[in-house]
Design a protein around this ligand. Structure first.
Ligand SMILES: NC(=O)c1ccc[n+]([C@@H]2O[C@H](COP(=O)([O-])OP(=O)(O)OC[C@H]3O[C@@H](n4cnc5c(N)ncnc54)[C@H](OP(=O)(O)O)[C@@H]3O)[C@@H](O)[C@H]2O)c1
Length: 290
């Protein structure tokens, strides 16, 4: 029979195990969570609109030096003017010939740079049953979403490795985990990045550079055109940014992934056996979700 004493002893044992397990989990989490939320010098590509702009402004408010990059100079000027202390620099990430000089300029001006956020991206719908697929668009998607991220990372990594606390965050997508059939190349570029990030994270273990993956769900931005900004099925941008900031502040980035609740059905589909159902749901929708 389970007496009160035995029950109390059991509770103590389980309590201790629970405490040990919790502390072990916390120490593992600490060891992979190093990104400070303030006092960083951050370069964010794709900082002129949507998620990049939202994060840039939120990080600026938290006391970081934030430098935004994008092609649209006028937007850079407007955003910088609206956020005193923020700075901006024009960059077309697809122009590989400029990456070295861009990196040198940035590091000369911001020698304390310790966070690179590879966020610039583009999305196009494609019809692969048509007689012709626009290969210029396909190539542009791959160059913007993959080649540019790899190019900027290799250019900044030698500098980041020398910083005491550094991080490289790359924006992927929930579609890295379950593809949207209407955007085959887009989805595949994000799946590429997810895989690539795991290897880079493993290679950089033991260095000062934390490798993080930001995988957004469908969010109200102009990525898929003007209509997406108002699509009620997409997550409001301010809600997305605020949840991401909470995750960064809490350090709740298990596996190095920054996942809001809304993206978890996609992220977890393969692991929890719901992949076929989620794929069907996603691709049964009659809208161009990116
Ligand atoms: N919104 C979503 O539903 C969603 C979901 C999952 C993942 N994402 C990802 O989130 C990231 C940000 O997208 P968003 O939704 O915020 O869309 P967005 O508002 O269209 O922002 C895209 C940003 O990327 C920049 N960019 C695009 N091509 C560029 C180039 N060649 N050179 C430099 N900058 C370039 C744009 O700046 P300029 O035009 O000024 O160059 C812009 O700031 C992307 O990587 C996207 O794939 C978005």
């Amino acid at each position: 029979m389970l007496t009160n004493d035995k029950f109390c002893n059991l509770l103590k044992v389980y309590g201790m195990r629970f405490a040990q397990a919790t502390s072990a989990i916390r120490s593992v989490q600490r060891s992979i969570q190093t990104m400070k939320i303030s006092n960083n010098t951050i370069l964010i590509t794709g900082g002129t609109s949507g998620i990049g702009r939202g994060l840039a402004e939120a990080l600026h408010k938290k006391g970081n030096k934030v430098v935004i990059a994008g092609r649209r100079k006028q937007l850079i000027d407007e955003i910088v003017a609206a956020n005193p202390g923020m700075e901006g620099i024009v960059l077309d990430v697809t122009d590989q010939s400029k990456i070295a000089s861009f990196t040198a300029d940035v590091l000369k001006k911001y020698p304390d740079l310790n966070v690179l956020i590879n966020n610039a991206g583009m999305a196009r719908m494609e019809d692969w049953k048509a007689d012709k697929v626009d290969m210029r668009e396909v190539t542009e998607t791959i160059t913007t979403n993959i080649t540019a991220v790899l190019g900027l990372t290799q250019a900044f990594m030698p500098h980041l490795k020398k910083q005491k606390d550094a991080a490289m965050i790359t924006t992927t997508s929930g579609l890295a985990f379950v593809p949207l059939a209407g955007g085959p190349t887009y989805s595949a570029t994000k799946a590429f990045l997810h895989s690539w990030l795991q290897s880079v994270r493993q290679q950089l273990k033991g260095t000062s550079v934390e490798i993080l993956e930001l995988a957004p769900p469908y969010v109200q931005t102009e990525l898929g055109g003007e209509a997406q900004k108002k699509d009620p099925r997409a997550m409001p941008l301010d809600e997305y940014v605020s949840e991401v900031m909470q995750i960064l502040e809490s350090g709740n980035t298990a596996r190095g992934e920054i996942l809001v609740e809304r993206v978890k059905p996609l992220r977890d589909a393969e692991g929890n056996g719901s992949y076929d159902q989620v794929f069907e749901q996603l691709n049964g929708m009659e809208f161009a979700m990116v």
